[in-house]
Design a protein around this ligand. Structure first.
Ligand code: M6R
Length: 361
């Protein structure tokens, strides 16, 4: 049942304010400015002994893991990174007893992720799951974890589950941070930011008509470049994947800082760039990248907190706390991919060559 929407993707994009509300519900502990996560099976003493966090997932879940690693590093100050589960599995990784491993999956059935979890457990590692489908294989195999409560996701491309997974990581990062060195006032700041998300997402969804117009203008592109820096880079990766999956337009994502090390050679009027430009300490650096693109006559669509002078178009999104801004900046780009695919007449809920869950190697 699509509930009045033409596609499941559209329905699922629209459900995000409620979905985010659900992942937050019952977990916030105002008194200690922290989060209660009963299912982790990790007490405070154990949490303090973690030296490293390694996040594993595929596709969109890997991208959510990249943002998650950034959140954990900035809020909990634990070194963290994310890696595609399949790559991890095949490179005979060093499994370290002081590392906490986190497997991320919407379906909980992705074979490469499940196999990585089983291999880690065989070697004695502690593995948590950040999973959407309750009771799925990865959820059962993990030592503990969190459900992301996005609700059923039918469309092959993931949207609401991506957003909810990132919010789940923000909760985990806050939880670990408050056990370690995150102050009460920073804890409160993040909690207030999290509480603002559903309404701000709603606000972004209201700009759909404007984003549709932009999508119609960019749909003739043969290829698109997505750029971002630090927190913005995984947003660029995810936006580029979404566009590829449903519109079949070739897209690449690069850290903005890497442009001059090669991809700048591609920039010309026929290759539009989508730039993630949050109003944070990297704003000037990002503006400089826009200038470099403009100097090569590249068209620019910016997703930013205020109108960007160098961009041809800016989608302005509401500002939250800098750590949480990537969550909001991804939303208009889901709509951009959606309306680009729609204007090209693609079968959005069933893109060619793809399956909702990849249960084979
Ligand atoms: O169910 P999972 O989160 O484990 O699936 C992982 C990927 O296969 C999935 O995210 C894929 O990249 C989607 N088509 C993304 O839209």
């Amino acid at each position: 049942d699509m509930g009045g929407h033409d596609t499941y993707m559209h329905k699922e994009i629209s459900e995000q304010p409620d979905a985010v509300d659900r992942v937050l519900r019952g977990r916030i502990d105002e008194r200690f400015a922290t989060v209660r996560l009963g299912g982790l099976n990790l007490d405070a003493r154990e949490a303090r002994t973690i030296r490293r966090i390694k996040i594993l997932g595929c596709g969109t879940s890997y991208h959510a893991g990249l943002i998650g690693a950034g959140l954990i590093e900035s809020l909990a100050r634990v070194p963290a990174d994310a890696e595609p589960a399949s790559e991890f599995r095949y490179r005979n990784p060093v499994v370290d007893p002081d590392t906490l491993y986190i497997a991320v999956s919407q379906s909980g059935e992705t074979y490469d992720v499940l196999a990585a979890v089983q291999e880690l457990k065989r070697k004695g590692a502690r593995v948590l799951g950040v999973v959407n489908v309750v009771g799925s294989a990865i959820a059962r195999e993990a030592d503990g974890g969190m459900y992301v409560h996005a609700g059923p996701e039918v469309c092959v491309v993931s949207t609401k589950c991506f957003t909810n997974t990132v919010v789940a990581f923000a909760l985990l990062a806050l939880h670990l941070g408050r056990i370690r060195d995150l102050s009460v006032s920073d804890g409160k700041r993040i909690i207030e930011g999290l509480r603002r998300l559903p309404e701000q997402i709603q606000q972004i969804l209201q700009a759909e008509a404007e984003i549709k117009k932009l999508a119609d203008q960019y749909a003739d592109a043969k290829s698109m470049m997505f750029i971002g820096r630090v927190r913005g880079y995984p947003v660029a990766l995810e936006a580029s994947l979404k566009l590829k999956e449903i519109s079949y337009i070739h897209a690449e994502a690069y850290p903005a800082s890497e442009l001059k090390h090669g991809p700048l050679a591609l920039i010309e009027p026929a290759l539009p760039t989508v730039a993630i430009v949050p109003d944070d300490d990297l704003l000037e650096k990002n503006r400089a990248a826009l200038e470099e693109i403009k100097a090569r006559s590249g068209r620019i669509l910016a997703v930013a907190h205020q109108e960007q002078e160098k961009a041809d178009h800016t989608v302005v999104v509401p500002k939250n706390e800098p750590e949480l801004d990537p969550i909001l900046m991804g939303i208009p780009l889901q709509l951009l991919a959606y309306h680009t695919a729609l204007s090209l007449g693609r079968d959005i809920d069933k893109p060619r060559n793809l399956a909702k869950s990849v249960t084979v190697e």
